[in-house]
Design a binder for this molecule. Structure first.
Ligand code: LMR
Length: 423
């Protein structure tokens, strides 16, 4: 038996060593680099300047620069108030919300819906839907990779990285024309190994605001068919490209007409202004109902250890709005109103720059669509905008047109002119 002194020594030693271990638990952790989009908002909030302008994050603002809660959302909240309990939703989320959401993507009278061939679950907005799909891809196609457009929303890279799906890229944007690099895009589709996974932006491409035309989508879909590729659509901006959610679903409908079994991430952050409610949906079109039941059960199983089940309040808002023809109409009007205000700001920004005598062409501001303008400004020019004019945007030159207002468009144009006039 060990003596008391020995025991104490042992105790002492273990106290010292555990203290040493405890103090070094996280000594290997370095501060994470700032998020290229949300980090811009942090810097904006920290700036005391009264002139500051935030055209960084893609979040809609009204013409006074204030976040807007849609009238249809306010009305849905009035109807819900006092009538809801706080019970858990099922793992797959609100069945009613998912049903209504699928109609938006696949069409009110879609045969895929009638035949119950779509596996779908409520997701934590578009990010959550993409992540769930990436995890699903990893689990059931472990050898597969994902082809991602260049450029894309920065978080796409994080999502597939954390799901441990290897990434490849494909050409999308041509800086010289500030438009689509269609020829290279088609080459990349042709050259990818048969049966590859591709991430496509369904409409209002983020960050470029450049979408393929209907004819080009048909060619893309055809080539996907030839190669047996899988198209995963991220549709974060349905309604923001044209002002009409039905029109903005065109790419998806073309792929469906061609018989593709696609996947789709939907989000209500932008088009219903439900940013913080984290409302979205992941769907996967299957061969038949039996397969859809299996796929849905696996998606739920992926969700369970991550967050168990999704939030209920936003789901009720969405299902209340889309389930009531009057509220749905109001929503459609409000989506159009937001899209139109952005289109108006594109014209105003371009006109202001031209009036200032800018030697550069700003045609792309009005040619590009959706929430963003991919201005072509360099990171150094963006840094000057921030440091000299307190204008905050991502360093890739993306301007969130949703943050441009009649009050700040002149100031913004002037600053852009100043930093770009000498080339
Ligand atoms: C954006 O691109 O600014 C938005 O989608 C917000 C985000 O989460 O990055």
């Amino acid at each position: 038996m060990a003596s008391r002194a020995i025991l104490q020594r042992r105790k002492g030693i273990s106290v010292i060593s555990s203290a040493r271990w405890m103090s070094s638990w996280w000594s290997n952790v370095e501060p994470a680099s700032k998020d290229p989009i949300l980090g811009v908002t942090e810097a904006f909030l920290a700036d005391p300047s009264p002139n500051k302008v935030n055209v960084g994050v893609g979040a809609y603002r009204d013409d006074n620069g204030k976040p807007q809660v849609l009238e249809c959302v306010r009305e849905a909240e009035r109807r819900i108030a006092g009538n809801m309990n706080m019970e858990y939703l099922p793992m797959g989320g609100s069945v009613k919300m998912v049903e209504e959401t699928l109609k938006l993507a696949y069409g009110e009278n879609s045969d895929y819906l009638k035949d119950k061939r779509i596996a779908a679950v409520q997701a934590l907005s578009g990010t959550g839907a993409c992540r769930l799909f990436a995890d699903f891809q990893k689990r059931f196609k472990p050898e597969s990779q994902i082809y991602i457009p260049v450029p894309t929303w920065a978080n796409h890279h994080n999502i597939w990285r954390d799901a441990q799906v290897p990434q490849r890229t494909f050409h999308y944007y041509l800086p010289e024309t500030r438009g689509l690099d269609f020829a290279s895009l088609m080459d990349d589709i042709k050259n990818a190994p048969n049966g590859s996974f591709f991430l496509l932006h369904a409409c209002a491409h983020n960050p470029t605001g450049v979408d393929p035309s209907e004819e080009q989508w048909r060619e893309i879909s055809h080539q996907f068919k030839v190669k047996g590729h899988f198209a995963f659509f991220d549709m974060a901006y349905q309604g923001f490209a044209s002002g009409d959610p039905e029109r903005d679903a065109k790419a998806i409908r073309i792929f469906l007409e061609d018989g593709h079994l696609i996947g789709c991430a939907q989000s209500y952050a932008k088009n219903m202004g439900l940013y913080g409610q984290r409302m979205g949906c992941l769907s996967v079109v299957c061969e038949d109902e039996k397969q859809a039941v299996a796929v849905k059960s696996q998606l739920q199983q992926l969700a369970r250890p991550m967050y168990s089940n999704p939030p209920v309040h936003g789901a009720l808002i969405v299902s209340t709005i889309l389930g009531d023809p009057e509220l749905k109409n109001l929503w459609l009007k409000e989506v159009k109103m937001m899209a139109d205000r952005i289109i108006g700001m594109r014209t105003a920004l371009r006109e202001n720059l031209e009036k200032l005598g800018s030697p550069l062409s700003w045609e792309h501001i009005t040619n590009q669509i959706g929430m963003f303008c991919y201005s072509g400004m360099t990171p150094e020019q963006v840094d000057r905008l921030t440091n000299e004019f307190h204008i905050y945007m991502t360093r890739n030159g993306r301007i969130s047109m949703a943050g441009v207002t009649t009050g700040n468009v002149g100031y913004l144009a002037n600053a852009i002119h100043e930093v770009t006039k000498s080339g």
